[in-house]
Design a protein around this ligand. Structure first.
Ligand code: SAH
Ligand code: SF4
Ligand code: F3S
Length: 465
């Protein structure tokens, strides 16, 4: 299983792995030992497309060496390119998209019997419980931390973004089912959950709307704050994270729920995209630079010690030097803990991809990217340095890559922390560490004591809601 793209895809990969294991397969140690290779793809930027086709090229010789080998391409790029995948790479056996992940095992069996299959559905059937995320067996990559999809698709229309086209309209999963699922995870020792959606702040709006249309007397409002509270109250759940909230939809109720629910971590991923009001309007983001900063201020006032990360796009079509300087100003004022920065990449079928006469030359975006990185690095270093002297709880995920005597974990703010321990600590241990040093991307700490030992079984059984 090879995964490209965001956490949604990571989670879909867990579901595909779970389905294949339930079908009797076992994970291979290496690509060249596998009888089935699934590439779960992303198409958010053009280099994601290129990466996939390069990788498929490399797999051709494996297929020659092992004629039994089946290659499947799943995910967002499959949803976008459909038949083109097999036209470019005829050695692919199965292509399936984002709306029929639940068919993974059957499609492989069918292809083995009757030849290559391309199956792409237009959307996920709201009523088809089997097609829904997490209603499927899932194999969890981590034993103590789990992802839970609360909503699929996206109803926004950001002018640069291909996600709505490949993931379909926004559909929320049922509230009670989600809470039950997290309880089941907690029962097998999961202590951290990350709630996933493209626009989590509007979670539940569609459910309420459907109820009202069915004649129930309910107020149509997002249920995200309620979900944070209910998930955070589950026995055994120590940490609740979520991603991503859309700045235009961040509501005071969500901030209050974060502040009042101990388990919800002090971290907000708050994608800015751009600072200039003119560009933000053309992107259809629904806020101005000023409004973004106000909302951020409200969040920081409500949740003390809040870490804030973001996504920023450089070189959106028509971005002038003045527009870009405004991005620098807003980013500097926001004092982000870290940022994912992307050069704008035109995506077929999206609105902004049509504005070819306004595309920004590569040498300009390169220069802007460097200047933006400098601003982000300054705040990252400063925000990390502010942690020195504080005591933090680290959720250990294992020994550090460089030194087996050093443990690595994440603080509640989602910062990477390294600390020495004379005996190895198992993943899922919670430890109190005193922060003594910091860098741009990490903290260094000294172990004070262990606050909780892992409670999960070594292998979490497949979960089926
Ligand atoms: N739903 C999330 C974003 C998911 S895509 C949200 O609204 O925050 C993750 C990030 O990829 C986006 O935040 C954006 O910064 C970046 N991105 C999306 N489309 C892009 C494109 N065409 N070119 C460059 N970056 C893009
Ligand atoms: Fe894309 Fe915008 Fe939806 Fe995020 S909110 S997935 S950027 S369309
Ligand atoms: Fe995610 Fe990439 Fe699809 S970012 S939603 S895997 S296009």
């Amino acid at each position: 299983m090879r995964t490209f793209g965001c956490q949604m895809n990571e989670h879909d990969s867990e579901r595909i792995s779970g389905l294949l294991e339930a079908d009797g397969m076992a994970e291979a140690n290496a690509m060249d030992e596998a009888d089935v290779i699934v590439l779960n793809t992303c198409c958010i930027r053009e280099n994601a497309d290129n990466k996939l086709y390069a990788q498929l090229g490399q797999l051709k010789h494996l297929k020659k060496a092992n004629p039994r080998l089946q290659i499947a391409v799943a995910g967002c790029l499959a949803q976008k390119d459909r038949d083109l995948i097999r036209e470019k790479a005829g050695h692919v056996d199965v292509v399936f998209g984002t709306h029929n992940v639940h068919r993974a095992a059957e499609l492989l069996t069918e292809a083995r019997e009757s030849g290559p299959i391309v199956e792409i559905l237009e959307e996920t059937a709201r009523e088809d419980a089997a097609a829904f995320p997490s209603a499927l067996p899932a194999k969890r990559e981590s034993d103590f931390a789990a992802w839970v999809t609360i909503q699929i698709g996206c109803d926004n229309n950001c002018a640069f973004c291909i996600v709505p086209a490949v993931r379909g309209p926004e559909i929320s999963r049922e509230f009670a089912g989600l809470v039950t699922e997290v309880k089941a995870l907690a029962d097998v020792g999961v202590t951290e959950v990350t709630l996933l959606g493209q626009n989590v702040n509007s979670y539940g709006r569609d459910i309420q709307l459907a109820r009202r249309q069915a004649g129930e007397d309910v107020r149509v409002r997002p249920l995200f704050g309620d979900l944070l509270r209910d998930v955070g109250a589950i026995d055994g759940i120590r940490r609740v994270r979520y991603t991503s909230p859309h700045p235009k939809d961040l509501r005071p109720e969500t901030i209050t729920a974060m502040a009042e629910t101990d388990a919800v971590c002090e971290h907000l991923h708050f994608p800015l995209q751009a600072g200039s009001d003119r560009i933000l309007a053309q992107m259809h983001r629904g806020y101005t630079g000023e409004r973004f900063l106000e909302k951020l201020q409200e969040a920081r006032a409500g949740v003390p010690d809040l870490a804030v990360t973001t996504d920023i796009i450089v070189g959106f079509p028509g971005e002038t030097e003045d527009d870009f300087v405004r991005t620098l100003e807003v980013a500097a004022e926001a004092r982000f803990d870290s940022a994912y920065t992307f050069v704008y990449s035109p995506r077929p079928g999206t609105e902004a991809a049509e504005w070819t006469d306004k595309f920004i030359p590569a040498e300009v975006t390169k220069d802007r990217m460097e200047r933006l990185r400098t601003v982000i690095e300054r705040s990252s270093r400063a925000r990390h340095a502010e942690r020195v002297g504080k005591t933090e709880i680290a959720a250990v995920f294992g020994p550090s890559k460089r030194d087996p005597d050093v443990m690595s974990g994440r603080t509640r703010q989602n910062k990477l922390v390294h600390f020495a321990s004379d005996k190895p600590l198992k993943a899922g241990t919670y430890a109190r560490v005193k922060i003594v040093d910091s860098g741009m991307h990490y903290l260094r700490g000294e172990l004070l004591d262990i606050t909780a030992l892992p409670t999960h079984r070594t292998r979490i059984p497949v979960v089926s809601a």
